[in-house]
Design a protein around this ligand. Sequence first.
Ligand code: NDP
Length: 455
Amino acid sequence: MKETVRSEFDYDLFVIGGGSGGVRCARFSAQKGARVGIAEENYWGGTCVNVGCVPKKLFTYASHFSEDVKAAKGFGWYVDKPGFDWPTLRENKDSEITRLNGIYGKLLQNVGCDTFFDRAIVVSPNRVRVGSREFSSKFIVIATGGWPSVPSFPGNEHVVTSNEMFHNESFPKNIVIVGGGYIAVEFAGIMHGLGADVIQLYRGPMFLRGFDEEVRQHLALEMVKKGIDLRFDEDILSIERHGSGLHAQLKYGEKIKTQMVMYCTGRKPLSHGMGLEEVGVKLSQSGAIVVDGDFKTSVDSIYALGDVIDRVALTPVALAEGTALSKLLFDNEPVSMDYDYIPTAVFSNPNIGTVGYTEGEAKNRFQKIRVYTSCFTPMKHTLSGMDEKSFIKIIVDDGSDRVVGVHMVGPEAGEIMQGVGVAIKAGATKAQFDDTIGIHPTSAEELVTMREERE
Ligand code: NDP
């Protein structure tokens, strides 16, 4: 810490929200010598650790076994009567989450942060109330994240969101999933893989708005081939409970009987009811906290980061923001957050991995682009008996030869795309991709062997 801020305040920094971004900012600031307090009212580790990335990925692994068991036959294995036990998965997952909660708490305490497992609100630009106690702090950081949002319609009290799905008492035989974003497609794959009949409804003509058009179409086709009942331009108008089941009235007249309806229709920033507007912190129409390039809100001493500012709602982005803010506040280092070329994965079945511009975006941004595509059968599926194809697309700015977008649908696309992200960030050209020797036999080698430009 170059310039000490030790002062008349109880703390140099008080963080509200113990998720990825808040914990990172608190921890790194304490390591720099700042006196830090942090409050969390639900669970250490926030959405990612408790009801997001981590349990979702564990469920994704679990869901793949049904296909793996089927595929095993083609490789000479006989697996008698495979069965799935939901409580075992749920409880094993809970143990792992409890372990991670403990690690988060310890990480904070080990660097000297005061941790409060309680609700905190802002009472003035430099004061927070935590339960029944009040503290002053030179800086306050809001990192309260987001919460699932369900539209209002008759019977919406009967639906579950991703928050509840991780704790279901029993596993449903069938489910209707509403939405067409990350969470909806991931859960459609998870629930189908674990044995439920899945209907996924999306209100528009093609799900995953914002992703490359061909990627969206390829995934839709693969999901349908696997047996997911995917319906576009469709929505639920109302839901009634009948005994232990639900009747969902659809837009075009059909009534579906189902055990469960899950809504994955976006998440809202958690910014209300914590005194922010009262002290002058500006919120956008969606409830996101408005911040400048330094994560500073409209009140000089109050900062915000992560999902609650609704820029890019991804854990690694919140972590980077937490690091950047800590360096700004306690090392006087200017913020240098770069939101370009963020690689991301959708853990659908099969995965999507993507970095850079979609073809549509690239067409608008660059004078001329070249596009390379490949659709192929992954080697595993030559013997698995499964009809699953992978898809890769490379987009090149013709003027500079720089690769400006790589998109993949296929097994482990998320794993593959992290390395590609480094190359793209470093400004790799298509010629450099072509010069790179492939790793044989892999799906990823396709990335360096795509020579034929798409017509
Ligand atoms: P998204 O914002 O990604 O998607 C919301 C979906 O719900 C969209 O398809 C949207 O449609 C639809 N929708 C919104 N409002 C309504 C409505 N009133 N009626 C019907 N449909 C509606 O949200 P998610 O909840 O899926 O995920 C939240 C964020 O969490 C993601 O954006 C992502 O940043 C992050 N996340 C990341 C993951 C990862 O990295 N693998 C995994 C899970 C989440 P339309 O497109 O037409 O607006």
